[in-house]
Design a protein around this ligand. Structure first.
Ligand code: NAD
Length: 525
């Protein structure tokens, strides 16, 4: 399929002024888009070996965007052979750090030059708003690649504190062939959080995007090659989890699985690894995060605004969504009303309209899932105070009103299970102990937030909350400098920050005898 880059020359020239674009201008650009649905194996765009395909539909209106290669076992085998060959050859894995850095910086630059195209693909494919794609997802993804490119020649290995007669080197080596399996809610961001450190460390990466949102992953593969990444270092295999995803997860020559997705599939991957070659398995999984508001919060208005953003941003399709809002009993009614008042800002609109703050649900399956949970909440006796319905059905797309349930208790399914949509459960609590008890009473441990003006209380709560990220008087905070990941069944390992290198490197101890010496340090050791 045609390379769309020439179509976007004009866009690049206007970069910086896109926010002034009108809805119709975005639509025109969307209509002009040429979309590639091929796999990228050993440096070439290609059909799946058996020519299997699937339709990639837009959740905005249900129209077919592209016919996408549906990779299978033999495609996975070919990609692993190419990845292994280039890894052993050393063209990338042993390239001097400075060289890898230059290539990855060029890759980030090319992504930036194509950021408007990438933003459009992300919005059409996944249904998130164009302002989110262009303002958050795409710059964040570029930033991740750049951050690890910049970091890679600043990370030093260690020398062990040995006697004079010996030398102990503690070095990090790339792990080999990494299969990165990612979800649909932040397609390019989740991929970039893995590609950045895995490529920077010298690995070969096979990226398996979600079948619901494969388009940006496919697009950046060609940009990586243009940037100078040797063939086989980054390959992209679109397709389904139970076919190509499973083939990679069970493969005897894949060294590491870097996964982001549901807890259910995460558990499955641990089994695949255990039953195959014991490959390393790093899991970023689901969440049911508590957002705790104490009566002594300094700015309740800000807390209410943020509580709405915490659940309704990206249509609630966020692993760290603040889906359980815990409110101190004394301000419960007042605060609930303040959050309900915020809903008017989060009504879904056409995702290509720059005024829209919320867009479409990713597909009909997820739409049904969300609507089913709304019925479950009603059936459990929670009080529906806002939303609860599908809207804009005539568009052919999948839109759900921001929905709020009051008087939820933490034993209800809507408080325990990840809905992954714009559905908020508001739960009362009596005091700090009660809040922490409810907050931690979940199988997940991805994120939590506390709103209070009391410094000691903020610190106590942060320590007691069993979550990988804790925010105080904010929500969804963080950047590349801070690690991100889960406690409990939200996963293991960390994306982002220098800690992410732990996933993609093996630690080696090299012990060297320097010959016998009758030195003081030898005698006292
Ligand atoms: P999912 O688990 O259904 O799918 C994730 C990926 O795994 C997809 O690429 C899918 O094709 C693949 N897959 C599915 N079955 C597989 C199998 N048997 N073998 C190999 N691969 C398989 O998740 P999803 O619906 O795409 O995404 C939503 C989930 O992702 C939510 O639970 C959300 O919380 C989670 N998520 C977590 C984080 C995090 O950082 N912790 C970030 C974003 C999303």
């Amino acid at each position: 399929m045609a390379d769309a880059s020439h179509t976007f020359t004009q866009w690049q020239l206007t970069h910086g002024q896109f926010t002034q674009w009108q809805f119709t201008q975005w639509q025109e650009q969307a209509d002009a888009l040429s979309i590639n649905g091929l796999a990228f194996i050993h440096g070439e765009y290609t059909h799946a070996q058996g020519r299997e395909t699937f339709e990639c539909r837009s959740p905005i209106d249900g129209r077919v965007l592209a016919i996408v290669a549906s990779c299978q076992q033999d495609d996975a085998d070919n990609a692993v052979i190419a990845a292994r060959r280039v890894f052993e050859g050393g063209d990338w894995s042993r390239m001097p750090p400075r060289g890898r850095k230059d290539v990855l910086l060029r890759f980030a630059d090319l992504m930036e030059q194509h950021s408007l195209e990438l933003a459009l693909l992300e919005t059409l494919d996944m249904g998130k708003t164009i302002s989110n794609s262009i303002g958050d997802d795409i710059p964040g993804s570029i930033g991740a690649i750049r951050w690890y490119a910049e970091a890679l020649d600043k990370v030093y290995d260690e020398i062990a504190p040995t006697p004079d007669s010996e030398l102990g080197l503690v070095t990090r080596e790339p792990i080999g062939v990494v299969a990165a399996i990612v979800p649909w809610n932040f397609p390019l961001s989740m991929a970039s959080w893995k590609l950045g450190p895995a490529l920077a460390a010298g690995n070969s990466v096979i990226l398996k995007p979600s079948e619901k949102s494969p388009l940006t992953a496919i697009r950046i593969a060609g940009l990586a090659k243009e940037a100078g990444l040797p063939d086989g270092v980054l390959q992209v295999l679109p397709g389904f989890g139970h076919t190509v995803g499973r083939a990679l997860a069970e493969h005897m020559d894949v060294d590491c699985l870097a996964f982001t997705g549901s807890t259910r599939v995460a558990k499955q991957l641990m089994i695949y690894a255990g039953e195959s070659n014991m490959k390393r398995v790093w899991l970023e999984a689901g969440g049911k995060s508590p957002n705790i508001v104490f009566a002594d919060a300094e700015d309740l208005e800000q807390a209410a605004k943020t509580a709405a953003m915490a659940i309704f941003y990206n249509q609630g399709e966020v692993c760290t969504a603040g889906s359980r809002l815990l409110v101190e009993q004394t301000i419960y009614d007042q605060f609930l009303q303040m959050v309900v008042d915020e809903v008017r800002n989060w009504k879904p609109g056409h995702p290509l309209d720059p005024e829209s703050k919320a867009g479409a649900i990713v597909d009909d399956v997820q739409l049904k899932n969300v609507l089913d949970y709304i019925e479950i909440g009603k059936g459990e006796g929670a009080q529906l105070v806002e939303g609860g319905c599908r809207i804009n059905e005539e568009s052919g797309g999948y839109y759900v009103q921001p929905t709020i349930f009051a008087n939820v208790n933490n034993t209800m399914r809507i408080a325990r299970e990840e809905i992954f949509g714009p559905v908020l459960s508001v739960i009362p609590f009596t005091d700090e102990d009660d809040a922490i008890r409810i907050a931690n009473d979940t199988l997940y441990g991805l994120a939590a937030s506390v709103w209070t003006s009391h410094l000691g209380k903020a610190h106590h709560c942060a320590r007691r909350l069993r979550a990988g990220s804790v925010w105080v008087n904010t929500y969804h905070g963080g950047d590349m400098t801070a690690p991100f990941g889960g406690f409990k069944q939200s996963g293991n390992g960390r994306d982002k920050s220098l800690h992410a290198f732990d996933k993609y490197t093996e630690l080696k101890a090299t012990w060297i005898s320097l010959g016998a010496r009758d030195s003081l340090s030898d005698r006292i050791s």
